[in-house]
Ligand binder design. Structure first.
Ligand code: SF4
Ligand code: SF4
Ligand code: SF4
Length: 257
């Protein structure tokens, strides 16, 4: 029996032991490796290849950014820690940091002064997955790069492997730094890495990502493999750029600039 099959049967066995029908339960499903089959839950939003467009023209005021960052961080119990132990799933930075290969000394002033939203790019060719020795970081069949906090041994290879700084390490227990704990999402522990999950748990409940809902149309999330999806329409009608494409990671977050 091959390893994939053995893993599938093991997880299916857990599901059966818990007396759950309709496939693997939400709590396991969100952290299920790509090589493990699962049955979508009822009402789940499904896609073959998830991606996001960030319409930077719609983020002009500090409140525009703050609204989406707060929506994500509150939903996912991201601790509010200042300094070099900061944990971030979605954040902002300046043009030269976001698009270093496109920066030049004659850059239009509006780009120099503008902030840009950043999050995990859910790369098609993710180095973070390749370097993870425990498969705590894995890619689902729908492209989402997930983290299994229980498998993470804190070696931080994935942080070194990610060229976008999209991952944060919990140097200390994050729980004391979480305000208004969301009981529907797991809190993390010391010694694990975390990052944006493209709101995999919300998709399973039939909801769009929290940042998208809070963005007033500034963020568009959808199935890149569906030519009739809204995201494909937006990509057809606008010029977009991606971060550090020269590295071959094939990011699935696009920016209208
Ligand atoms: S942005 Fe970084 S963490 Fe996210 S998939 Fe790409 S390499 Fe991995
Ligand atoms: S820190 Fe965790 S997720 Fe990252 S490479 Fe090590 S085991 Fe994998
Ligand atoms: S997709 Fe979800 S997890 Fe990722 S930044 Fe947006 S709200 Fe946060």
């Amino acid at each position: 029996m091959d390893n994939n099959r053995r893993t599938f049967l093991k997880i299916a066995g857990i599901s059966a032991a818990l007396g759950l029908s309709g496939g693997i339960p939400l709590s396991l499903q969100a952290y299920t490796p790509a090589d493990v089959e699962y049955v979508p839950t009822k009402g789940q939003i499904t896609g073959k290849r998830w991606g996001m467009v960030i319409d930077t023209r719609k983020f002009t005021k500090p409140e525009d950014f703050q609204r989406v960052i707060e929506a994500c961080h509150q939903t996912h119990n991201v601790p509010d820690i200042q300094g070099n132990e900061e944990i971030k799933w979605i954040w902002t930075d300046h043009f030269e940091q976001v698009f270093p290969s496109s920066s030049n000394p004659y850059l239009a002033e509006r780009y120099e002064q503008q902030d840009f939203l950043l999050l995990c790019n859910h790369c098609n060719n993710p180095p973070c997955v390749r370097v993870c020795p425990t498969k705590a970081t894995f890619q689902r069949a729908d492209g989402i790069i997930m983290m299994d906090f229980h498998r993470c041994i804190g070696c931080r290879y994935c942080m070194a492997g990610c060229p976008y700084g999209s991952r944060s390490f919990n140097f200390s227990d994050p729980k004391p730094y979480v305000q208004n704990l969301n009981p529907d999402f797991p809190a993390r522990m010391r010694g694990v890495v975390e990052k944006c999950t493209f709101c995999a748990a919300r998709l399973e409940q039939g909801q769009m990502p929290a940042c998208v809902e809070a963005s007033n149309g500034g963020l568009i999330f959808g199935d890149l493999s569906d030519p009739d999806s809204e995201i494909r329409k937006v990509l057809r009608e606008n010029f977009t750029v991606r971060r550090k494409v020269e590295l071959g990671t094939n990011p699935c977050v696009f920016y209208i600039v």
